[in-house]
Design a protein around this ligand. Sequence first.
Ligand SMILES: Nc1ncnc2c1ncn2[C@@H]1O[C@H](COP(=O)(O)OP(=O)(O)O)[C@@H](O)[C@H]1O
Ligand SMILES: N[C@@H](CCOP(=O)(O)O)C(=O)O
Length: 309
Amino acid sequence: MINRVTVSVPASTANLGPGFDAFGLALDMRSTYTVEILPAEEKWSVHFEGMGADVLNEKGFKFVSEVMDYFERAESVHLPPLSINVHTGIPLTRGLGSSASAIVGLLSCFEVLMNTQFDTGKILKYAIAIEGHPDNVTASLVGGFTIASSDKSEVAYMKVVPQNLKVVVTVPSSFLSTKKARACLPDMYARKDAVFNIGRASMLSACIFSGNYDLLSFALHDRLHEHYREKLVTGFREVSHAADRAGAYGSFLSGAGPSIAALAEPAKAEKVAKAMQKAMIELDAGAETFILDISAQGVILQTSEDVKA
Ligand SMILES: Nc1ncnc2c1ncn2[C@@H]1O[C@H](COP(=O)(O)OP(=O)(O)O)[C@@H](O)[C@H]1O
Ligand SMILES: N[C@@H](CCOP(=O)(O)O)C(=O)O
């Protein structure tokens, strides 16, 4: 039996413009989860450190207990008392998949401790049920660029690790919860907008899977969510234009926002980052801009004992 497990889980940028609720990209920015089984008489505990730890030490307990409850119901088990330590390296509520990565990290630890295995398909199914959409959880779980599609009974995904691409992300100091950013989307779309997105999303996945980025700028456009969310995001247009003018392939709202991400050739990433940050400074808006690599790996399991894949 395994008593203690540590996993590290990447952040993600989801949607990438036209791939609403389907596309995800794992980023080289990680949180770490260590879960240890305590003696039966002890009480379970959660401790957070790192980014947003002050908020999480007040409110994170509820989120963790919801993931625990889901795992217990789905597996028909009772988790023993656990000590859970979280080191967050992902900014919270900024569109970088902090909740998706937390769900994936916690489920991975529970699966290893209770079942001595790492069943990717099962963890993915549970994580999608909790998060409500498959894009960001899939990228965090398996890494790379992912296309995921799910309904009540089935989940499917494909993964590729893009080469020669950097992700430049401007992370505003303001928060935007995914719940609020989803609430402003319409229930119905015009056929012309659906057709527009099918074309651009198909083109984008062909560019990424083939490694031919000639049509990437053309592909990185959306009509299903960005326009509706723009009003909730400071500087979306200004930062996007700045990224384009500095030579990025294109830019998009990261996940549900408010972070704004751009894809760029490695040689242009520095210039793109400076231009995006400058656009926020000119608006007098607080923000930090990062140049990130794509994480080829999703969850990384750090335990010395044997775990069945
Ligand atoms: N490591 C974590 N542990 C517990 N709860 C977390 C963690 N990371 C995120 N959360 C929860 O997820 C919320 C953010 O989720 P969401 O609004 O979807 O934004 P994001 O784009 O960052 O995922 C936080 O307010 C917090 O409740
Ligand atoms: N497809 C979802 C993605 C949400 O990602 P997050 O990183 O903001 O949680 C959406 O656009 O709502």
